[in-house]
Design a protein around this ligand. Structure first.
Ligand code: NI
Ligand code: MN
Length: 227
């Protein structure tokens, strides 16, 4: 599995016959300096929650690529109202499903999830995160969340790489993200959701210096990691 950081909480995840985006906030993302149309052949789009900086360009990219959107059930229903032709796979917290490419499990997050479109504001259900396992390798994208005890349950999931928010204000800050690493016990951890806006300013090197039991990989936008 090759994972490319696109800035903020946006990832491109590639494997054989699988090209997925997670939280594709590309247009308007100050850290993503390329055109979203650079990414072609997208097969799947994962959405952790309804906020604008996570849904981003998902619906347009899904439409252009005939990609399957995987999200919680309430967001899937709001997306369906928006465009009846979108391909949607609703899931929910704690649920897992084996797709042709691998296994996906939705994990809890403590945050909001309202979704706005031209019809107004929609109930975006509960925010979440995703565990994605392909060929025995597991990626965890925490979504936007505060520190929660439920993260201790992820230690059994043998996470190869965890993407955790560290920016504070809306999510965990560095101190709490360091504690999250002790709960999740991933092999590697990549900080995300920081330095996009002034309110979420954080120093990833400080995070690196405080994490003891996992390798911290700091990715610049467009950098990749392989697991
Ligand atoms: Ni959010
Ligand atoms: Mn966010």
């Amino acid at each position: 599995m090759k994972i490319t950081f696109l800035g903020h909480a946006a990832l491109l995840v590639e494997d054989i016959n699988f090209k997925a985006l997670i939280d594709p906030y590309l247009t308007g993302n100050p850290l993503y300096k390329k055109n979203r149309y650079d990414i072609e052949g997208v097969t799947h789009i994962f959405i952790t929650h309804g906020h604008r900086d996570h849904v981003g360009d998902a619906l347009d990219i899904a439409k252009a690529n005939d990609a399957l959107i995987i999200s919680n059930a309430e967001l899937a229903s709001a997306f369906h109202q928006h465009d009846k032709e979108l391909k949607l796979h609703p899931m929910h917290i704690g649920g897992s499903f084996t797709f042709p490419f691998g296994r996906v499990k939705m994990t809890p997050a403590v945050h909001g999830s309202s979704y706005q479109d031209e019809h107004g504001s929609h109930d975006g259900g509960n925010p979440g995160g995703f565990l994605i396992t392909i060929n025995g390798k597991t990626l965890y994208h925490a979504g936007d969340t505060g520190l929660i005890m439920d993260m201790q349950l992820l230690a059994d999931e043998h996470v190869d790489v965890a993407f955790l928010p560290i920016g504070g204000n809306y999510t965990m800050d560095i101190k709490d993200a360091v504690k999250a690493v002790t709960f999740i016990k991933p092999k590697q951890v990549v900080p995300m959701h920081y330095n996009t806006f002034p309110l979420i300013k954080a120093d990833p090197e400080e995070f690196r210096s405080k994490v003891k039991d996992a390798t911290v990989v700091i990715l610049q936008p467009r950098d990749s990691i392989k697991i």
